[in-house]
Design a protein around this ligand. Structure first.
Ligand code: FPP
Length: 281
C-alpha cells in the first residue's frame, strides 16, 4: 500500500469513528496528521462561571453545561485513539469556593459518573483519578472507586480526572511515598527523576504533550507541574462550555504546527550555528 493510500485509509476510518462532521470540523480534520497526534492531552477547563454570568445564569449552570463539553471532548479523544486525556475537575484550592458550589460540583461529578458509564464502556475507556481522593466526601470516594473498578479491564484511552488535585501536593505525596518505600526496604539510595515519575499519580502514563487551557488565562494553576515540563501549551479565549469539537480539532491542528525540540536544536540545523540558543528552549 502506498503511503498516501495508507494515509487516506487512516483518515477515512478515523473520520467514520467521529461520525458526521460539520463543514468546519471536516476542514480542520483534513489538516490533521493522525500519525502525529499528542499521546496525552491535559485540559484546564476554565470559564464555566463567566459563561453563566454572560447569560445571567447562576454559576452552577456553567458547570452543568461544562459536563457536555467534557463528554464531547472525552468521546472525540477516545475515537481519535489518543492514549490519555486528563481533565482538571477540582483543585486543592477549589475548597475555597462557597460550600453550595462545592456540593454542586461533587454532585455533578457523581451524576456524571453514573450517567456516562455506558458511554465510557462503549468507548473502551479506563478511568483513573488523580489527587488526594481519600479526602473527598465518602459518597464521592465510593463512586470514584466504583468507576475505576468497572472500567479497569478496558484497553482504550485512559481518562484521568484530577480531583482534589494539586501539582505541589502530588510532588510531596510522591516524595513521601518514595521515603516510605525506602524505609520499608531499609535503603536510602537518593531520589532519581525516574523514581519520582514512578510515584506520581500519573505513573505509567506518558507525560502530556499538549496542555489546553480555556478562557484565556495564561497560568498553569498548579496543574501537573512535574509532567508538563515539555508540553506545548494552547490557550484559547473560548470559555469551557463553548469548547466544542471544532475548537478541540483546532487545538490539535495548532499542536502539530509547533516544533518540539526538548532543549535541542531544530532538525537539520547546523550544530555550530548558535549554540547559545539551545539553552532552555
Ligand atoms: C472552572 O470554571 C471549572 C471548574 C472549577 C470545574 C470544572 C468541572 C466540570 C466541568 C464538571 C464536570 C467534570 C467532569 C470531569 C465531568 P470556573 O468556575 O473557575 O469559571 P470562571 O473562571 O469563569 O469563574
Amino acid at each position: 500500500m502506498s503511503q498516501t493510500h495508507a494515509h487516506k485509509t487512516l483518515q477515512v476510518s478515523a473520520s467514520r469513528a467521529l461520525g458526521p462532521l460539520t463543514p468546519e470540523e471536516a476542514l480542520l480534520f483534513e489538516k490533521l496528521d493522525l500519525k502525529r497526534l499528542p499521546r496525552h492531552v491535559a485540559v484546564i477547563m476554565d470559564g464555566n462561571g463567566r459563561w453563566a454570568q454572560q447569560r445571567h445564569l447562576p454559576r452552577v449552570a456553567g458547570h452543568r453545561s461544562g459536563t457536555s463539553t467534557a463528554r464531547s471532548t472525552i468521546e472525540t479523544c477516545a475515537r481519535l485513539k489518543i492514549e490519555a486525556l486528563t481533565l482538571y475537575a477540582f483543585s486543592v484550592e477549589n475548597w475555597r469556593r462557597p460550600k453550595t458550589e462545592i456540593d454542586f460540583l461533587m454532585q455533578l461529578l457523581r451524576e456524571y459518573l453514573r450517567r456516562e458509564m455506558p458511554l465510557l464502556q462503549k468507548n473502551n475507556i479506563r478511568m483513573r483519578f488523580l489527587g488526594r481522593t481519600d479526602e473527598l466526601p465518602r459518597g464521592v470516594q465510593d463512586d470514584v472507586r466504583d468507576a475505576m473498578e468497572r472500567t479497569a479491564g478496558n484497553q482504550g484511552m485512559v481518562l484521568c480526572v484530577a480531583l482534589n488535585y494539586g501539582g505541589r501536593a502530588e510532588i510531596v505525596d510522591a516524595v513521601n511515598s518514595i521515603l516510605a518505600e525506602q524505609k520499608a526496604h531499609a535503603s536510602r539510595t537518593g531520589i532519581t527523576e525516574e523514581m519520582l515519575a514512578r510515584h506520581m499519580y500519573t505513573s505509567g502514563l506518558p507525560d502530556p504533550d499538549l496542555l489546553i487551557r480555556t478562557s484565556g488565562e495564561m497560568r498553569v494553576s498548579n496543574f501537573l507541574l512535574w509532567q508538563i515540563a515539555y508540553a506545548e501549551i494552547f490557550v484559547t479565549e473560548t470559555l469551557w462550555p463553548d469548547f466544542n469539537r471544532a475548537r478541540l480539532l483546532e487545538a490539535l491542528v495548532e499542536f502539530q504546527k509547533r516544533e518540539r525540540r526538548y532543549g535541542g536544536i531544530r532538525e537539520g540545523q547546523p550544530v555550530t550555528e548558535n549554540p547559545a540558543r539551545v539553552v532552555g528552549e
